[in-house]
Design a protein around this ligand. Structure first.
Ligand code: PLP
Length: 362
């Protein structure tokens, strides 16, 4: 029963919209008269074809993706894309630039060193990843094949609000803010995202890639990483993550029904605002380390002035059915992930709890 559900602030896999889960439940055993679950269908049958095609066309509507781009539903997580990107669009000697605003950008950079010649042109590490560079001061290599950014750093809570102009192509990891707000896809060569934060269960990785970049992969590229193979086969070269794609499709329908990403962004701004306000107005009891102008709407890390209270905070919150508030093991503190599917009521409950906790322990 839905009244038993918790408010789940996990960074991913993360909470999904309740109405999407209910819809999936209602067609779990018999998908729309097919007499079987989506999990049991042939990925080449007409039923699943209709599911994947609808998912793609709804995603195209949501992000206003033009025909110049292919939309791929892949496996392997965003982590696999750290390798796929250089393998598909670089030669081994090609220089490429990385802006590193957190741990994920750093991982992407390190993986790329195996397949091309990446350079970190800006790193926020010395400031503990709390900011975004001044775009005018970026020293991009004019021969760089692409400029890679992580649009939202899930662990550090740093989000690009605007994008740098690349020397050639802009490539973005949008795993943790995918479909949380409108994005001008035409500014990017490649956008990629694991589904398990904003748009579905883990197991699906979405890649939006400009079609003219497809078809020139390095010779060593495994078939499973080659965009051309997947684009030519409409993401059905091998058995895709069928059920995950179906769930993503239900989420896309739900986002469209909410009025699309302009409306979704308004809700996300409101949720983030009340949480950051609670932190900023706590007289230092809670602190957000991130520079105000680039604070993430999705992942809100914060610390307690009295660090010794952090375990108690997590424990008491869990008792009140608010779970997964512990910060990433690499940075400590707290983190509240408030993706699209986190209701306003969840954030309001967290803020009320934070005030009460401060009153009792401040
Ligand atoms: N990039 C970002 C921004 C992430 O948050 C994550 C996972 O949390 C990843 C990449 C890695 O994604 P996956 O676990 O799907 O490989």
């Amino acid at each position: 029963p839905t009244q038993d559900r918790v408010f789940n602030f996990a960074a991913g896999p993360a909470t999904l919209p309740e109405n999407v889960l209910r819809k999936a439940e209602s067609e779990l055993y018999n998908w729309r008269g097919a007499g079987m679950s989506v999990m049991e269908m042939s990925h080449r049958g007409k039923e699943f074809m209709s599911i994947i095609q609808k998912a793609e066309s709804d995603l195209r509507k949501l992000l206003d993706i033009s025909d110049d781009y292919a939309v791929l539903f892949l496996q392997g997580g965003a982590t696999t894309q750290f390798a796929s990107i250089p393998l598909n669009i670089c030669k081994p000697q090609d220089p490429v630039d990385y802006i590193v605003t957190g741990s994920w950008g750093d991982k992407a950079f390190k993986e790329a060193t195996k397949y091309c010649k990446p350079k970190v042109i800006w790193s926020g590490k010395s400031d503990k990843y709390t900011g975004i560079p001044d775009f005018n001061a970026l020293d991009q290599n004019s021969d760089s094949r692409y400029l890679h950014i992580c649009a939202n750093e899930t662990i550090h809570g740093v989000e690009f609000k605007d994008y740098p102009t690349p020397a050639a192509l802009l490539v973005a990891d949008m795993s943790s803010n995918f479909c949380s707000k409108p994005v001008d896809v035409s500014k990017f060569g490649i956008i990629y995202a694991g589904a398990q934060k904003n748009v579905g269960p883990s197991g699906v990785t979405i890649v939006i890639v400009r079609k003219d970049l497809i078809g020139d992969a390095q010779e060593i590229t495994p078939v499973m990483l080659d965009y051309k193979i997947h684009a030519d086969n409409n993401s059905l070269y091998n058995t895709p993550p069928c059920y995950g794609i179906y769930m993503c499709g239900l989420v896309f329908e739900d986002l469209l029904a909410q009025g699309g990403l302009v409306e979704v962004e308004k809700k996300n701004i409101k949720k983030a605002q009340i949480l950051y306000d609670a932190i900023d107005e706590s007289n230092g009891f809670y602190r957000s380390p991130v520079e105000k102008s680039v604070r993430s709407l999705m992942n809100v890390p914060f610390t307690l002035e009295k660090a010794e209270l952090e375990a108690e905070f997590v424990k008491e919150a869990a008792k009140e059915k608010m779970i997964q508030l512990k910060g990433h093991r690499s940075v400590g503190g707290m983190r509240a992930s408030i993706y699209n599917a986190m209701p306003l009521a969840g954030v309001e409950k967290l803020v009320a709890f934070m005030k009460d906790f401060q009153a009792r322990h401040g």
